[in-house]
Design a protein around this ligand. Structure first.
Ligand code: FAD
Length: 469
């Protein structure tokens, strides 16, 4: 055996552990299979044991023993990430935080919770307590943990108003436990939050989160159709710029994806229409509809506030047609579909979207998510790709970058290759301090594993731990 798992389990007496290989493998995966590349690379990855602490003390004890025995630890919320973030490339411990999940404090404007709290459960509690809701959440609202969102996600529903998780003010504080002989408990605030937000748990275990709240609203799902992608994009862009219209979600999905893959909504969605999906605060609905009505080419296709009860039954919320749910619905029907993540930089987003999609046509059906990015409205793309080969996928990405649209490659499991293609010095420096033996989620931070790695070479980083899997 690679590690002394029996020794670990006996020293963790009183903490929930699981060593049944089938169950451990189940908890060693996430939604990596969205990517044909990651599916090929990571299919065999498995931890050796799942440890499920229920409190900060149990986390500290687990890290202390794991450190003493030299066993790697890969944290896991609920395993809904898309890039293999929560997959233990060197085996060892899967640290399942889903049972450590209480909402512990609610105040005017903020909530404190344990890391395994599922976002929907937090929202339900804060709504019931004082009619407040969380500012932003992934479209996996019903399943994702708040700790996993902070460590592995970026933004989502609510980002049209509030921007992303890494924007100032969208996280208030985090408590983090380090991976040392005697683990320390640190509280991070302000710019220090960047040390661990979106660091995939490579440099500390988040044991408490403090997040801002906003007044809770009643949200109405509204869908408009357009004859061209250009008209849909122009409308969404201008609706996003109307500060007086309170929106929580604003997306464009190109024909024929909605009709083909949004099955429960199909009867409302003509196959040739390009859609704008929105979540609109109830009191902003009339002005939103009026704004849309005077926009070139718009047709109101759907609103969920006037549906007959038999029509409303079983319909998913519109946010579960958006973000990576768009991808999920399409690839469930057609496993040859995959996707990309693209930024269309302000202020040329509408032009760029039009030019890129004219170039690729139906090989790359458009999906745009409008967001506030440094205070400006622009869009991210999560275009679908009708996949043919990894070489063609690379070519499509290269063409995007040539045309001025940076790619965040969702077909890579490392922080650097998926994101900015360079070392995050802040996260690296914190890892030296908080995880000196490199035991936390090995293989995900290139800067740690191979400081001489050359990003310009264009070669994929392959972690040695993978070969042993
Ligand atoms: P996990 O997948 O369990 O973990 C994510 C990462 O965080 C891993 O690296 C893990 O090691 C680390 N981690 C988990 N808990 C901790 C902790 N307590 N301390 C330190 N590290 C930790 N993401 C978005 O940002 N926006 C979206 O709109 C969105 N939509 C999605 C739609 C679908 C259909 C799917 C499948 C995924 C989507 N995602 C989205 C990705 C993912 O669902 C979210 O990022 C989610 O918040 C991750 O939470 P989780 O609990 O599943 O995290």
């Amino acid at each position: 055996a690679r590690y002394d798992i029996d020794g670990l389990v006996s020293r963790l007496d009183g903490i929930k552990t699981e060593t049944n290989p089938a169950l451990v493998k189940q908890k060693s995966r996430d939604f990596y299979w969205y990517s044909p590349t990651l599916k090929r690379q990571l299919d065999e990855v498995s931890g050796d044991v799942v440890v499920s602490p229920k409190s900060r003390d149990e986390v500290v004890r687990t890290l202390e023993v794991a450190f003493a025995l030299g066993i790697p630890v890969t944290p896991r919320g609920t395993g809904t990430g898309n890039y293999g973030q929560a997959m233990p490339l060197s085996g060892g411990i899967v640290l399942d935080l889903s049972l450590f999940n209480a909402v512990t404090e609610i105040h005017h404007g903020r909530v404190v919770a344990e890391p395994g709290a599922v976002v929907a459960a937090m929202d339900k509690t804060t709504r019931a307590d004082s009619r407040q809701e969380i500012r932003l959440h992934p479209s996996t609202y019903h399943t994702a943990s708040i700790g996993g969102f902070i460590a592995g996600g970026s933004g989502g529903v609510g980002s049209i108003r509030w921007g992303g998780l890494r924007d100032a003010g969208n996280i208030i504080s985090l408590e983090v436990v380090t991976m040392e002989a005697s683990p320390r408990v640190l509280t991070l605030t302000g710019d220090d939050l960047h040390k661990v937000s979106h660091a995939y748990g490579t440099n500390g275990i988040i044991t408490k989160v403090e997040m801002p709240l906003t007044p809770a609203y009643a949200w109405v799902d509204v869908i408009h159709g357009f004859d061209t992608l250009r008209e849909a994009t122009e409308f969404a862009n201008s609706a996003g710029e109307q500060d007086g219209l309170l929106l929580k979600e604003l997306a464009v999905v190109a024909a024929p994806v909605p009709h083909d893959h949004f099955k429960r909504h199909r009867k409302y969605l003509p196959r040739e229409k390009h859609l704008v999906l929105a979540m609109v605060a109830d009191f902003a609905l009339t002005p939103y509809l009026a704004f849309a009505a005077r926009h070139r080419g718009s047709e109101l296709l759907f609103r969920n506030d006037t549906l007959a009860p038999e029509d409303a039954k079983g319909l998913p919320p519109v946010f579960e047609l958006a973000w990576n749910h768009t991808t999920l619905r399409a690839l469930r029907d057609d496993p040859t579909i995959t996707y990309l993540q693209v930024l269309y930089p302000f202020p040329n987003q509408v032009e760029l979207v039009t030019r890129i999609h004219e170039r690729f046509g139906d090989e790359l059906p458009a999906h745009l998510e409008f967001v506030k990015f440094d205070g400006k409205v622009t869009c991210f793309g999560l275009p679908l790709v009708r996949f043919t080969s990894e070489e063609r996928l690379d070519e499509i990405m290269a063409i995007h970058e040539e045309m001025g649209a940076p790619i965040f490659n969702p077909h890579r499991y490392t922080l650097e290759e998926g994101g900015m293609k360079q070392t995050d010095e802040v996260q690296l420096a914190f890892k030296r301090e908080a995880d000196p033996q490199g035991l936390l989620n090995p293989g995900k931070m290139i800067a740690w594993e191979d400081p001489s790695y050359d990003y310009r070479s264009g070669k994929t980083f392959l972690f040695r731990g993978l070969a042993e899997a």
